[in-house]
Design a protein around this ligand. Structure first.
Ligand code: XLS
Ligand code: NI
Ligand code: NI
Length: 436
């Protein structure tokens, strides 16, 4: 039985179409800058928002109308939901999906029961993956919802909470492997603190590193070859999350010898909460060799929390795609819509509008970024800006031929620096707008 009987697979109708249930720009097999759109984006649907998001907020309960949900949250209901999820992913035409263990199957009375519930749904996922060709971009474990994780999981003051979380991660790495998942994500959840008055920060950070090493070791032991990813977020739910931003995460990974095993999963709304533009986070990770995957969404600049909205801003998607084109893309990562419809958008069809909008916004961003890239104006301006490093003293410094003494002699003789050139920021902003 279909959950969306009135909706066909979303077609591409082109920029002139006024059909709200058609793509205007996303055409999966169109080749841009040497790759199909499907391969550029590797779009993924987030199970937790799209199939479990009820629309509750601190002021009221859920609002979502999801006619396929039964009245009890049991394994049968979860199996049915899994079929609905694949019908949706198929109709929207995304090649990937992502989930946390507890999104897909109800938690049992014991860990053993929870494992069994999860296995029952993974069986359905395997069938559906086989039937549709849809793949798992990444798996992860929910180590933050259950009250046992009130103090965190890997960074909890309670060693048993650490152990319980470890058991969940072991299971989810196995599940991710069974489903052929290409990545495994660690997002901090409650790994952080509310007050330093009760917190041994060093001990908590050491434990977090130990936890990640255990995961890396276990993956090796069972031959799981997916990429591990660490997802930065500065705050929420804790006041200070240890995975604050990519600079903090990369420092953590290097400090604890994890840098060869873990890359970053960057989320747009988390970047802005940390006071960065997404482009900053992406460029920084790329420059350090840590760009792994993207949780594509956007925040609301007037609201100071993680609103997880669908990306619709062409300027943002253009910037994102500029960085990705420059650095050769994301695979084995992808663009996962870690985004939810607003509480007021409670009908199932709203899920389609939201994802169509996000995919189209990225498709336009890609077309614009590819054009900018192809015509090369921006790149040549950047290259020219650093031209003093291509010859003379600049070239010599880069080649390691100088020290403070030799540079003093150089400057004493020369007396003053070559005149600076304008940064041309306004001209460059106009240039980008010309393409948009
Ligand atoms: C929450 C995070 C979460 C991760 C997966 O803010 O974005 O959804 O992506 O645990
Ligand atoms: Ni996320
Ligand atoms: Ni988020």
């Amino acid at each position: 039985m279909s959950a969306f009987p009135e909706i066909e697979r979303i077609p591409y109708e082109g920029p002139e179409s006024k059909n709200p249930l058609a793509f205007k720009h996303y055409k999966e097999d169109e080749v841009i800058a040497g790759k199909t759109m499907k391969d550029h984006f590797r779009f993924s649907i987030a199970y937790w928002h799209t199939f479990r998001g009820a629309g509750s907020d601190p002021f009221g309960p859920g609002t979502m109308d999801r006619p396929w949900e039964g009245s009890v949250d049991d394994v049968e209901n979860a199996k049915n939901r899994a079929r609905v999820a694949f019908e949706f992913i198929e109709k929207i035409g995304a090649p990937f999906y992502c989930f946390h263990d507890r999104d897909v199957a109800p938690e049992g009375a014991t860990l053993k029961e929870s494992h069994a519930n999860l296995d029952a749904i993974v069986d359905v996922f395997l069938e559906e993956q086989e039937r549709t060709g849809i793949k798992l971009l990444w798996g992860t474990a929910n180590l933050f919802s259950n009250p046992r994780f009130m103090h965190g999981a890997a960074t909890s003051c309670n060693a048993d909470a650490f152990a319980y979380a470890a058991a969940q991660v072991k299971k989810m790495i196995e599940v991710t492997q069974r489903l052929g998942g290409e990545n495994y994500v660690f997002w901090g959840g409650r790994e952080g603190y509310q007050t330093l008055l009760n917190t041994d920060m060093k001990r908590e950070l050491d434990h977090l590193a130990k936890f990640m090493h255990m995961a890396v070791d276990y993956a090796k032991e069972i031959g799981f070859t997916g990429q591990f990813l660490f997802e930065p977020k500065p705050k929420e739910p804790t006041k200070h999350q240890y995975d604050f931003d990519s600079a903090a995460c990369i420092n953590f990974l290097r400090t604890y010898g994890l840098e060869d095993h873990v890359k970053m999963n960057l989320e747009t709304n988390h970047a802005t909460l940390a006071g960065h533009e997404m482009m900053h986070e992406m460029e920084f990770c790329a420059s350090q060799g840590f760009l792994g995957s993207v949780d594509a969404n956007t925040g609301d600049l007037l609201l100071g929390w993680d609103t997880d909205q669908f990306p619709t801003n062409i300027y943002l998607t253009t910037q994102t795609m500029l960085v990705l084109l420059r650095h050769g893309g994301l695979a084995p990562g992808g663009l996962n819509f870690d985004a939810k419809v607003r509480r007021e958008s409670f009908e199932p069809v709203d899920l389609f509008h939201a994802h169509i909008g996000g995919m189209d916004a990225f498709a336009r961003g890609l077309k614009i970024a590819a054009k900018i890239q192809e015509e090369g104006e921006l790149d040549s301006i950047i290259k020219d800006r650093y031209s003093s490093w291509d010859t003379g003293v600049g070239q010599e410094i880069e080649a390691g031929k100088h020290n403070l003494k030799s540079l003093e002699s150089y400057m004493l003789e020369k007396g003053e620096i070559e005149p600076n050139k304008s940064g041309r920021q306004e001209m460059l902003e106009n240039l980008i707008n010309r393409y948009i």
